[in-house]
Design a protein around this ligand. Structure first.
Ligand SMILES: [Zn+2]
Length: 386
């Protein structure tokens, strides 16, 4: 008889997350996803897992991902992990690949995703999408911080006392009165790491020596909230802040005591506008499972933005821009950031969703390289709206 040492799993690192693990056999583990519910125990979403496996054998391993079902916008039964989910793996916690179709089985009845693979090494990491943590952000801010075009001033503090980064990139020699202003926000939802890679690519491009970057700095004052929920990211959460509030709802209430992140970011933007400065365009970036879209105030701007995005390598344009209030009046406590900015100050404010499943233009899920490359294209698409 072959005696197998046990595979061990750990999540004891930044952004690590997994629920209960049950060993069906030494090479067959059943892994429940932790998920996260809101302040009322509703809207559980299970779309983040990030764990390390050690002691892997050189034979096929079977991992079942379970406890996937939750609810979305108070509709029970939804699950973000589906038959189209392709988790990512890494042997160095830096470079990530999607599991190929042949490694995936989906059980619709049990609502269970099974990975079958033969590990190449004894240690590997698995996640829903390639992680982007506060360590990645610190590296980015350190690198671009050497540029004379960058100013960093936090917008405030999170519930757990972390700084909420706010970064300005512009050509300081060009007068502000001649410039337009664009604000960009990412990671209201902690699991949506793909949007951080987009913003990382965008900010690195914007400080670069390229003539196009120089033009974008000269003509536009760019403001970035690159990580809107640092607590959620560090703690491996999914979409709610430390008190359980969805960071892209509640923008109408924005209560400082339990929604510190929302209140601080909203204050920064309203103070900017009320101080006589302008926000010509606002964009919040999100990931969803399948498909892409933008949602914003209807008009020429939305159409121009959508058409510019359609020309990029990876934005899957179909159906045109969506109307910000298409679903009618918003209930109290349910307003998104772009709805609130439009509602309260008539800002041309957009939300973008980028799918993490198979991309129809690329014929595969977006990689980190695709996301980084989309960053500069996105800045140019935004500039074309003004
Ligand atoms: Zn989101």
């Amino acid at each position: 008889m072959l005696l197998l040492a046990a595979i061990t799993i750990t999540t004891a690192f930044e952004a690590g997350s997994l629920g209960r693990v049950e060993a069906v056999s030494p090479v067959h583990l059943r892994c429940a996803l932790k998920g996260q519910a809101d302040q009322d125990g509703r809207n559980r979403q299970a779309s983040w897992y990030y764990f390390r496996l050690d002691g892997l054998p050189k034979q096929e391993v079977r991992l079942e991902l379970t406890d996937l079902v939750g609810e979305y916008n108070y509709k029970p039964g939804s699950h973000a992990v589906t038959r189209n989910t392709r988790p990512v793996y890494s042997y160095d916690d830096r470079t990530w690949k999607h599991f190929p179709d042949g490694n995936i089985e989906w059980d619709e009845k049990q609502v269970r995703l099974t990975l079958r693979f033969t590990p190449e090494r004894g240690r590997m990491w698995i996640a829903h999408v390639p992680p982007y943590t506060t360590a990645h952000l610190a590296r980015l801010l350190g690198d671009i911080g050497r540029s004379p075009h960058v100013r960093q001033e936090p917008a405030g503090k999170t519930t757990q006392g972390r700084e909420l980064p706010l970064v300005t990139i512009t050509d300081l020699a060009a007068p502000e009165r001649d410039k337009k202003t664009i604000w960009i926000m990412a990671r209201q939802h902690a699991w949506e790491t793909g949007t951080s890679w987009v913003v990382d690519g965008a900010m690195r491009f914007l400080v670069s020596g390229s003539p196009e970057a120089a033009r974008l700095r000269r003509e536009i004052l760019w403001k970035f909230f690159p990580l809107a929920d640092p607590d959620g990211v560090v703690n491996g959460q999914v979409r709610f802040n430390t008190h359980g509030f969805d960071v892209n709802r509640n923008w109408d209430t924005a209560e400082p005591s339990r929604m510190a992140e929302i209140a601080a970011m909203k204050n920064a933007m309203l103070a900017w506008i009320d101080g006589g400065r302008r926000i010509d365009l606002f964009l919040t970036l999100h990931n969803q499972e399948g498909g892409d879209y933008i949602d914003g105030p209807p008009g020429d701007g939305a159409q121009r933005f959508f058409e510019a995005l359609a020309k990029t390598d990876s934005f899957q344009a179909s159906g045109g821009p969506r109307n910000i209030f298409a679903r009618g009046a918003v209930e109290k406590g349910r307003m998104t950031v772009n709805q609130a900015l439009f509602h309260e100050r008539k800002v041309q404010a957009f939300l973008m969703e980028l799918g993490v499943e198979r991309n129809v233009k690329l014929g595969r899920p977006r990689t980190t390289g695709d996301n980084l490359a989309f960053g500069p294209a996105l800045l140019q698409a935004l500039a074309s709206v003004l």
